[in-house]
Design a protein around this ligand. Structure first.
Ligand SMILES: *[C@@H]1O[C@H](CO)[C@@H](O)[C@H](O)[C@H]1NC(C)=O
Ligand SMILES: *[C@@H]1O[C@H](CO)[C@@H](O)[C@H](O)[C@H]1NC(C)=O
Ligand SMILES: *[C@@H]1O[C@H](CO)[C@@H](O)[C@H](O)[C@H]1NC(C)=O
Length: 383
């Protein structure tokens, strides 16, 4: 009997000590730019104030938050896991977020944002952008925010700045509109140039540490697998089932982005610029889904209204008759355009604990802590 008590107590201590997240001494704050992969509530606020269409309704946020939480996901995003590993609170959205927490993190990312400005696309006949917010708008908000802080420069020096993911939508919207592939490919140097010039502006403002993500493999997205379905088997990757020609867009973009980052590192040797390889960190679970618990058909969306990939653009997640699957953690795609929390966790783990950052994030922040396993929170609630 006594032995059993001792075991229970030891177990509780082990669990609670692994749950206590302590702040690391690396970064006092996270500042983020990007699109829906990083947005923690800005688009939702724009929807309210500018009556833009907005799809982040129930069942979005059904896990972890248990209500729609401004994220295009069933739960948490990569940025939420990065905050956890640095011992920082969830990063507040700039629009409508709790400004008392802004010193520990502020997020300028907007769902649907492109790197390039709206005018670039309009001039080329591309009119289906979800928002007119671009990287430039986000940088303008950031400068306004900085002007309100008496010790802004000091905060910047101790911040980890996430520049993206951004740029994916510069290809996604033209692809959704069916624009000529070669024309879309020709955007890549401009998209990367825009990200590069933003990074240089951030350095001028005093930013010292940045994490710059590449684009994930869009050829594995249920949205495009549905839109560009073909009977030509050669178009599909033999193991993953993703569309090869679509994955060439992020591959090309990411190659150019890494070259641009190398150039900027040479110009600014004192600044730390980490490349986050979202592409390969994602591709690994398409290559061996079962290893990561994705057992329900890796290419099918969890929340949707049927079809081979459970994706129908006329009935997207958040609108009827689309419904969520029983177990989102067994799916990689949440709504056909965005990942599930389970997939974001795998990507984040690959960045924080695995080989998918250059230079490795562990060398930049040796005290970064491991992510809590998904079961620990559930268990703590029960205890
Ligand atoms: C974006 O569009 C809205 C109206 O749809 C407009 O009020 C706003 O000023 C625009 N913002 C930018 C940065 O162009
Ligand atoms: C990442 O993916 C690209 C494109 O497929 C490939 O060329 C590269 O070798 C991969 N890198 C790693 C580290 O797996
Ligand atoms: C997609 O959803 C719309 C609206 O519910 C429906 O009318 C249509 O039949 C669906 N298409 C497919 C292929 O299931």
């Amino acid at each position: 009997m006594a032995v059993a008590y001792v075991i229970v107590i030891v177990l509780m201590l082990t669990i609670s000590s692994s749950i206590t997240v302590s702040a690391t001494d690396c970064h006092e704050s996270i500042i983020s730019f990007g699109d829906s992969l990083a947005d923690t509530g800005n688009l939702v606020m724009l929807c309210r104030t500018e009556k833009q269409p907005c799809s982040v309704r129930s069942p979005y946020g059904q896990n972890f938050f248990h209500h729609p939480a401004g994220r295009a996901c069933d739960g948490r995003l990569i940025i939420d896991f990065i905050a956890e590993s640095l011992g920082l609170p969830l990063v507040q959205p700039y629009l409508g977020g709790d400004s008392r927490s802004f010193r520990k993190g502020v997020n300028f990312a907007v769902g649907g944002a492109t790197a390039l400005d709206r005018s670039f696309f309009e001039e080329r006949g591309i009119h289906n952008l979800a928002t007119n917010m671009s990287l430039r708008t986000q940088l303008d908000w950031f400068k306004q925010f900085l002007a309100t802080l008496p010790d802004g420069k000091k905060i910047l020096q101790s911040s980890l700045v996430l520049v993206g993911e951004i740029g994916g939508n510069d290809y996604n919207f033209p692809l959704m509109q069916g624009i000529n592939k070669e024309l879309i490919r020709s955007f890549a140097p401009k998209v990367v140039g825009c990200i590069g010039s933003t990074i240089k502006k951030l350095i001028k403002l005093g930013v010292e540490t940045m994490l710059v993500p590449g684009i994930p493999p869009i050829g594995c997205m249920p949205l495009f697998l549905t839109q560009y379905a073909t009977s030509n088997e050669k178009d599909y990757h033999p193991i993953t089932g993703c569309l090869n020609w679509l994955n060439e867009f992020p591959e090309y973009h990411n190659k150019l982005l890494q070259q641009e980052l190398s150039r900027i590192r040479k110009l600014h040797p004192k600044v730390t610029i980490v490349y986050a390889d979202y592409y390969n960190a994602t591709l690994r679970f398409y290559l061996s889904p079962k290893e990561f618990g994705f057992t329900k058909g890796i290419l099918r969306a969890c929340c949707g209204a049927g079809g081979p990939y459970n994706f129908n653009i006329s009935a997207m997640c958040g609108t009827l008759p689309a419904v969520s699957c029983d177990d989102p953690s067994s799916c990689a795609s949440w709504d056909g355009l965005h990942f599930t929390e389970a997939a974001y966790r795998v990507i984040a783990q690959g960045l924080l604990e695995g080989p998918y950052t250059t230079p490795q994030i562990k060398t930049v922040c040796p005290s970064i802590s491991r992510l809590q396993p998904p079961w620990s929170l559930k268990l703590l609630k029960k205890l």
